[in-house]
Write a protein that binds this ligand. Sequence first.
Ligand SMILES: Cc1cc2nc3c(=O)[nH]c(=O)nc-3n(C[C@H](O)[C@H](O)[C@H](O)COP(=O)(O)OP(=O)(O)OC[C@H]3O[C@@H](n4cnc5c(N)ncnc54)[C@H](O)[C@@H]3O)c2cc1C
Length: 315
Amino acid sequence: METERIKCLIIGSGPAGYTAAIYAGRANLSPVLYEGIQPGGQLTTTTDVENFPGYPQGISGPQLMEDLRTQAERFGADIRFGIATASDLGQAPYKITIDGEKVIEADSLIIATGATAKYLGLDDEKRYAGMGVSACATCDGFFYRKKVVAVVGGGDTACEEAIYLAGLASKVYLVVRKPYLRASKIMQERVMKHDKIEVLFEHNVVGLFGDNGVEGMNLVKRWEEPDEERYSLPIDGFFLAIGHKPNSDIFKPYLDTDEVGYIITDGDSPRTKVPGVFAAGDVADSHYRQAITAAGSGCKAAIEAERYLSEKGLI
Ligand SMILES: Cc1cc2nc3c(=O)[nH]c(=O)nc-3n(C[C@H](O)[C@H](O)[C@H](O)COP(=O)(O)OP(=O)(O)OC[C@H]3O[C@@H](n4cnc5c(N)ncnc54)[C@H](O)[C@@H]3O)c2cc1C
């Protein structure tokens, strides 16, 4: 198989990957970045980004990512289309297979592969993507001030998102499949006594409707006849909070991950347990999952990579 030896490999082209590429490029590490199946990352699937500092009027997600890419290229980042399909982090240089046909041997590696939100799998979720369906309350809640929204999920994240949205919306339905919440006791109490949140236990959303974006959801209460009840509720926004899948599978044999698959790093730093291998952005962050925090950790990862290579005498 064809091999290529480089100093710094970055996998992923979201805010974390591109920011790492900007810093690594300016530090003369000649970074190579593989974009993966979603060039530009998650923000390419959204319209307005209003909370990324530096854009007082907001910016479209695709434009922000295009700008970050251009900025990385300006400092010499070699940005390529390709997917990392296997890894061998047993010893340096670390070997990453691209598209199953080429091996990159990297003295340092920055993993910035993100995390993918889980959806229910309804066709309507795709139909209304960016038109009322969201998997991020912090990102999109602001667009639903004084409106009615639904949050799907029964864990801590769902409760947190419901409480956050209740601070903006006029009413929040929390749609829970089970007859109870899985969230911690304290979160359950906060949700249950919130006057703007109504918990719909034993409910499943089976569809969304609306001519200009989401205007309502179709529900089934309990699945089995004869108890089953079917009805609709008007809503303006539909938020998924049923978890994310970090894109860490190919690295798992070598790195520590939590039970969901988020890569565990050394405290606030992006250092993993393998020297010279760093994890940045959502793939290592189950908590914040924002573009700016991803960009910040990409910056940290590139600074760490530069220090590591310098200490090893590799630059
Ligand atoms: C619809 C939507 C709206 C959002 N709105 C906002 C907002 O307004 N403000 C905000 O701050 N945040 C927002 N977010 C969250 C934000 O997009 C993420 O927190 C951020 O993109 C995470 O950046 P990242 O670099 O960690 O990863 P991602 O953006 O997820 O990028 C991951 C990258 O890794 C690549 N990749 C994955 N696996 C591989 C592989 N095996 N090989 C090579 N490459 C791979 C992918 O192709 C992709 O380029 C939104 C998210 C969504 C889905």
